[in-house]
Design a protein around this ligand. Structure first.
Ligand SMILES: [Zn+2]
Length: 119
């Protein structure tokens, strides 16, 4: 893939994840509205707790969407630096196969696995 194609793909991915984050935000304000529509008495505590739990799940999804945006920005920066396709950690090639699936990958599969294990 040439520079421009990769950049285009990254920007498209970025737009996609930004829409996801916005959708989560919207969903959150809607669920808050629903919660406050109901009378705020004790019998509704359980329902409010449900909303909180939903929010926590959304937060996790939102956080991973935000983390992906950060990673995409990093990949775009690497593209400008001329280090795109090289692992941030060990400097080896990330591999076209991996970049084809995840164009915003900034670590090779080995370093990624180590990172996921917290090493
Ligand atoms: Zn590596």
């Amino acid at each position: 893939m040439d520079h421009e194609t990769v950049k285009q793909r990254l920007l498209e991915e970025r737009a996609h994840w930004e829409r996801e984050v916005e959708a989560y935000e919207e969903e959150f304000s809607e669920s808050l509205e629903e919660a406050s529509d109901e009378s705020p008495y004790d019998q509704h505590l359980a329902e409010t707790a449900g909303v909180t739990l939903d929010r926590e799940i959304d937060l996790t999804l939102e956080e991973s969407a935000r983390a992906t945006i950060v990673q995409i920005d990093r990949a775009l920066q690497k593209l400008e630096d001329g280090t795109y396709g090289r692992c941030d950690k060990c400097g080896r090639g990330i591999g076209d196969g991996r970049l084809g699936v995840a164009p915003y990958a900034t670590l090779c599969i080995d370093c990624k696995r180590l990172e996921e294990r917290g090493l």
